[in-house]
Structure formats: C-alpha cells, structure tokens
Ligand binder design. Structure first.
Ligand code: TMP
Length: 238
C-alpha cells in the first residue's frame, strides 16, 4: 500500500492518504499531551505500544461482531484503516469512579458502579470537549437518534468484551474513551484507538496505574507502565 500525502496531524497520530481513496495509513507518535494540549511531553515507545495494542483489541472486537476501522498492521507504528468521517462525540464508558467523574461529583476514585456509565463529550478542542447529553447531541446534529442508539449498544458490548479480556490479564478496566466514524456508505464503525492513552488500566492486585495517568499526574514510571501493560496484553492475545 503506497503511503501518499499527510492529510492530518493530531496530538498523538499522523494520518496519510493512500492510493485507495477509502483507506488511510495511521502513524502513531511518541508525543503525549494532557489537559487539552496544555501539558506536552514524549513517552518513548508509546507509539509502538498504542499501535499494537489498538490493533490487537480491534481484532478481538471484530471477532465479537463490532465493526472497526482496522484493516492491517503495516509496521510497528503504522496501520492501514478504513477512511471515516469521525462523529464528533467522545464516548466515555466508566466501570469505576475516576478522573473527571470523581472531580465533578466529589467522589473518591475506585468505587465500582453497578452498571457501566456512558458519557458523551462534544469533540471540539476550542471548547475543551464539553460534556453533553443525548438531547444536546441531537440539537447540535452531531449524530442521529438511531446512530446514538447504535453507539450506546456497541459501547456496552465493547465494555463487556474489554473488561473480560483485561480481567484475564490481571488488569481492571476502569474507564475508556471511544470514537466512532461513518464510512462512505454511512455505516457506523469504531475508529480512533484503544490504548493506554485512552483507557484507565489498573493492576487488579495492587491498583497500580498502567496508563497515561502516570504522565498526566507526574507519577513517574511512564515508559515502564506502557511496557508492562503491553507485556500483559501480549501474554494473553492470541
Ligand atoms: P476523564 O475521567 O478525564 O473524563 O477520562 C475518562 C477516560 O477517557 C480516561 O480513560 C481517559 C480518556 N480520555 C481520552 O482518551 N482523551 C481525553 O482527552 C480525555 C480527557 C480522556
């Protein structure tokens, strides 16, 4: 697959055109940002971990019937994906309290929920990705009611599948963020990435954080945490 011009550069990835208009190449960087880009840094080897992990998890989800953008891993940092128009909703699924949930509602981190909590943010850096509900998303025409129904249903299925996978790795899936996109024919598929940048992953035995919170919160051992979570995944992925 011929890598052609760069069409987009985000905080953690570059996206390139290919000779097929329906396919793109994603190239994962080691750059890390937090707090809407206010904090910047580098996590050596992160791009390789995020590329490999995201691909392994998307392959797993495909097997469970969730359509994803994943086509083929091209190298340790590059993957061929289906071109989509991203639905401008960040879908957050929470199984335990943490992060902005704990802050907003004044509860400690680590309280398990009886049911997963689904939350939407408006994907808009200029506004700081504000939280919104389904009515807001419909009023802003970010997605149709049917699409939001499909997104909720896929997100819950993904949560069950990933909780079970990470459980076998001795890891608690605390929360994560998903993005969906529409292909040329309007089909909704899972896009973006599933990685330690977009998930909270805690060692089930010790509670140790094995994700980007180590960078966000200056906890140290950032590279080691990315390497450790990759080791856990590779010990379990087929
Ligand atoms: P939050 O508790 O800060 O809202 O984050 C919830 C989850 O979403 C957490 O697993 C990290 C992930 N996330 C992203 O992937 N991108 C973001 O920009 C933010 C704020 C969170």
């Amino acid at each position: 697959m011929q890598k052609k011009e760069q069409i987009y550069e985000g905080k953690a990835k570059k996206v390139f055109a290919t000779d097929d208009p329906e396919l793109l190449i994603v190239d994962y960087k080691d750059d890390a940002t937090a707090f809407n880009g206010q904090k910047k840094g580098t996590i050596a080897g992160k791009g390789v971990v995020n590329n490999r992990m995201s691909n392994a998890l998307m392959r797993l989800l495909e097997k469970k019937g969730i359509p994803t953008h994943f086509v083929r891993e091209l190298s340790e940092r590059e993957t061929l994906v289906k071109r989509v128009r991203i639905v401008p909703l960040e879908v957050i699924v929470r199984n335990l309290s943490a992060g902005s949930f704990s802050k907003r509602y004044g509860v400690e981190e680590g309280i398990p929920f009886e049911m997963p909590v689904i939350e939407f943010s408006y994907k808009n850096d200029a506004l700081g990705d504000p939280l919104l509900n389904t009515d807001h998303a419909l009023a802003l025409k970010l997605a149709t009611a049917e699409e939001i129904g499909i997104i909720r249903s896929y997100s819950l299925q993904i949560d069950r599948c990933l909780q079970s996978f990470w459980g076998e790795c001795g890891v608690t899936l605390v929360d994560f963020k998903l993005e969906f996109g529409r292909t040329a024919d309007g089909t909704l598929i899972l896009a973006d990435e599933i990685s330690p940048d977009t998930c909270r992953l805690w060692d089930s035995a010790t509670g140790e954080k094995l994700d980007k919170d180590r960078f966000r919160r200056d906890l140290g051992g950032v590279e080691e945490a990315y390497a450790e979570i990759m080791r856990r995944l590779e010990a379990h992925a087929e």
